[in-house]
Design a protein around this ligand. Structure first.
Ligand SMILES: [Zn+2]
Length: 245
């Protein structure tokens, strides 16, 4: 069984790509993916409305679509907490997203502490975009929150995005609570991640529906055992996001 841990619904303000519910399900069926974790894009759309749209998709496709909240940390404390509480408590979302480039904020900003605190409170992981959009997206910036919140799991989306993969590997090597999701990274760097931190701390994510086949092919091309593939594709996401499948 395969779980895709990084999908978006809606229009990206950076790439202009628009992804619909049907696009996601079609790509999942085509690639034999059982379940996908879906969040809004960095977008000019109304984020609360996109969260509701993702919730409706999770109702239309039970056990196949799970939501993740991508709420702007620049919101005041109450507005942020209200939106995140709706996502996690009412909609049953399974993670929080921090997009240092999309949200235009450093993971070290005191404003981001509320993300980590709510993740701790609700026992959900924090996915952080890394790689493109620096200095805010540098993987090493997550070492500080990972050390300050040892009971929160931090997922480095794109694991440094090809150019900063070594930095992501170092961050994960020194923080047990950092997990790597290497979408867009070269094959040999994915192999290096598995060798350094073990298959049990690696996740598969597509980021774009059209990139799903590519990410799956990468994991099948680097000499991983059936056991390691089972961990990366299924066991790790099920455990880390506490998915009920
Ligand atoms: Zn993404």
């Amino acid at each position: 069984m395969i779980i895709d841990t990084h999908c978006h619904l809606g229009v990206s303000k950076f790439s202009g790509v628009d992804t619909t519910e049907e696009d996601l399900i079609r790509a999942m069926d085509w690639n034999g993916v059982q379940a996908s974790l879906v969040m809004p894009q960095p977008t000019l759309e109304d984020i609360s409305e996109v969260h509701r749209r993702i919730y409706r998709a999770s109702q239309s496709y039970p056990g196949r679509i799970f939501g993740m909240s991508s709420t702007d940390p620049w919101l005041d404390e109450d507005s942020y907490r209200n939106e995140v509480n709706a996502c996690l408590s009412d909609y049953g979302f399974v993670a929080l997203k921090l997009h240092p480039m999309g949200h235009n904020i450093s993971p070290l900003s005191p404003r981001c502490d509320k993300i980590y605190e709510m993740a701790l409170e609700h026992k959900v992981p924090v996915i952080v975009h890394t790689g493109i959009g620096n200095p805010f997206s540098l993987p090493s910036l997550l070492i500080d929150p990972a050390k300050r919140y040892p009971d929160v799991t931090f997922i480095l989306a794109h694991a440094g995005f090809a150019v900063y993969t070594d930095e992501a590997v170092v961050a994960a090597k020194y923080c047990e609570n950092i997990i790597l999701e290497p979408s867009w990274c070269p094959t040999y760097t994915v192999r290096k991640m598995v060798n350094t931190i073990g298959a049990e701390r690696i996740l598969m994510g597509s980021d774009h529906a059209s990139n799903l086949s590519v990410e799956l092919a990468k994991f099948h091309s680097i000499g991983l055992s059936e056991r390691e593939l089972e961990q990366i594709f299924y066991e790790n996401p099920k455990r880390i996001f506490k998915l009920e499948l």
